[in-house]
Design a protein around this ligand. Sequence first.
Ligand SMILES: *Cc1c(COP(=O)(O)O)cnc(C)c1O
Length: 438
Amino acid sequence: MGNKYLPERSVKAVWHPCTQMKQHEMSPLVPIARGEGVWLYDFEGGRCLDAIGSWWVNLFGHANPRINAAIRDQLDKLEHVMLAGFTHEPVVELSERLSKLVSGQLGHCFYGSDGASAIEIALKMSFHYWRNSGHPEKNGFVSLQNDYHGETLGALSVTDVALFRDQYAPLLRHSAHVLTPDWRHASAGESARDYALRAAAALEAHLAEHHAETAALIVEPLVQGAAGMGMYHPDYLKLARKLCDKYQVHLIADEIAVGFGRTGTMFACEQANIVPDFLCLAKGLSGGYLPLSVVMTTDAVYQAFYDDEITRGFLHSHTHAGNALACRAALAALDIFEQDPIIETNRAKAAHLNHAAQPLASHPKVRNFRNCGMIWAFEVETIDPAFAGKFFQAALKQELLLRPLGNTVYFMPPYIIDEQEMDFLVAGTLRALDAQKK
Ligand SMILES: *Cc1c(COP(=O)(O)O)cnc(C)c1O
């Protein structure tokens, strides 16, 4: 794709996320003029298929007509009003519909602006719950080895990805990380389920020793995204829920990346038939259109804050919490789930892609080809430390947006991708793979 549109100075005016800016001396930014469906277009007629849903947010394609129409309609009514002391229709409707979707047991929705702010909310709320309940000593957190929960200081302290964490470690509160259930770490001959049971035993050993000072266990259900799409058996979640009950520790499910159908069910926790104490949602919540996040929780948690005393209330606010435009986009996304058989159709699409991807799965450079719902991933055998950047460039030449995590290449396409586009994705990935030297 071309970059003639960009004048030299813009490159410095914007400091880009997760980017060593100096690298853009060599590989220029890709200016995007517009998007439509799975496609992004530049200013020169070039295009690429957004195979990673623009950082895992896009569910129903760019410029989706139904979501666009809902936002336009909302724009003429109310763009935003503060959520302290005021309320509005989209936020009430969204909260009621979300609660219904998650079994009715998480009937209280607290809003934030992005994924990391949802994690901050869940951590603070769990801690404050125990404090209000006479257990201020329960103030620690445990997460899974290689988990990612965002990059603000609280979220980063329960994140275990060295690249994001190491430079800032002195700023972070200590938290524990227990053995990951990601089956790539299983021993030879050990099944994904057996390995999940072994990881659950490690969790039990940790909780048996530390439950008295632990507020919550936080997990990425079924798929550890930033760890390189590490997938695990749902029985781990089942056991984690049981252990949290046994040891009086909250379970926080971070479904920021996997919520809204990504793992093949509306929410990943459904596959283990469990309900967490806190469910964090963002990314696809607004169809990927606008920054919006929510933490959903139980009556038990809500009641522990319900009091005459102001300091027993939850003392947390984000200025744009429950933004009306974002909530309306989220309602439009929920409408699409209700009106179209998205989950069922995705199953057929996944079967098509799995079949089409056979040459990828059996490619001599490819290891661990795996799929969960609408997520695909595989490791590429390489000794090149710059593989991710080079593969990104090679994929762009094939009109594909792919952004490997280390040597893990993954697909997380919008659900509206059709069979022809899936075939295009696989064929281009194979060509990008064969373009790599070693
Ligand atoms: C993206 C992500 C976050 C952080 O969300 P932001 O909106 O980037 O702050 C947290 N947890 C998981 C699992 C994520 O994938």
